[in-house]
Ligand binder design. Structure first.
Ligand code: SF4
Length: 260
């Protein structure tokens, strides 16, 4: 039986740098206890990650390999990276213990193939792949984001791209308000202050398709402020209360959580 954590003290380990991200912010807002397991105590997950999430991770690994290849060979067509992408997909498929008998491996390979052959992002110079971007807030809290892909569009414009392995696409209006892309935009403005225009794209390899908007200074500032507020709450939280709900069904720490 897994140990349950009803009696432990929910304090953060002293002396460790505490980074705040969009995913940690969302986790805290959903359930502070899950945040504690994942980001403070770093308790290893005790449940298998759902299959759909693992397929998404494998497709991400393939796209990462493709765009890294393209970054090293800026004049080559993106389709030239396909063999490297399919290799990475196969390795990730094994590592993530995904099945071969149900046709999902073939579907994932076809999404990667079509996305790269059609180059729906019209890939320009690659500035970064899985690029970490960091900032320190005036409160002293540190924020970090890992951007799937950064593209240099022109002398004013950088585009942040996030790959989404799903059939459901956002509307441009929703994308303009998206917390993750706006935080990435704020981090880009910090890192490249001479670039005054940030575009945000959600890339859907399943379709394949892309939805793009230009972010506003106000929406990027609001996203950064939101992270700052949650960072303050999380770092001063003495209890990290559990908030059980339907999200417990996918919580990797449910076996040891008394509320789950
Ligand atoms: S099982 Fe539910 S209540 Fe417990 S940590 Fe996970 S999400 Fe929170």
């Amino acid at each position: 039986m897994p140990q349950r954590d009803g009696a432990v003290t929910m304090t953060a380990p002293a002396g460790r740098t505490w980074w705040h991200s969009v995913s940690s912010t969302r986790t805290y807002e959903q359930c502070p206890r899950r945040y504690w397991y994942s980001y403070v105590a770093k308790v290893p997950a005790e449940r298998h990650v759902p299959r759909a999430w693992r397929i998404g991770s494998a497709v991400h690994a393939a796209l990462e390999a493709a765009y890294r290849h393209r970054a090293a060979r800026p004049d080559a067509p993106l389709a030239d990276a396909l063999p490297y992408a399919l290799d990475a997909l196969g390795s990730a498929w094994e590592e993530l213990e995904l099945p071969h008998a149900d046709g999902s491996a073939g579907r994932a390979a076809s999404w990667v193939t079509h996305s790269l052959q059609r180059d729906v992002l019209a890939t320009s110079t690659v500035l970064g792949v899985e690029q970490p971007l960091r900032d320190e807030l005036s409160s002293g809290h540190r924020i970090i984001g890992f951007v799937d892909l950064l593209l240099d569009r022109d002398e004013r414009t950088i585009e942040v791209v996030d790959h989404k392995v799903t059939r459901r696409q956002v509307t441009p209006d929703d994308l303009a308000e998206d917390l993750q892309l706006n935080v990435y935009g704020a981090l880009v403005r910090r890192r490249w202050p001479d670039r005054d225009r940030v575009r945000a794209t959600l890339h859907y390899p399943v379709a394949p398709a892309a939805v793009t908007v230009t972010l506003t200074e106000d929406s990027m500032a609001a996203a950064r402020d939101h992270l700052a507020v949650v960072a303050r709450r999380a770092s001063g939280d003495p209890t990290f209360e559990a908030v059980p709900d339907r999200h417990c069904n996918h919580c990797p720490w449910r076996p040891r959580c008394p509320a789950g």
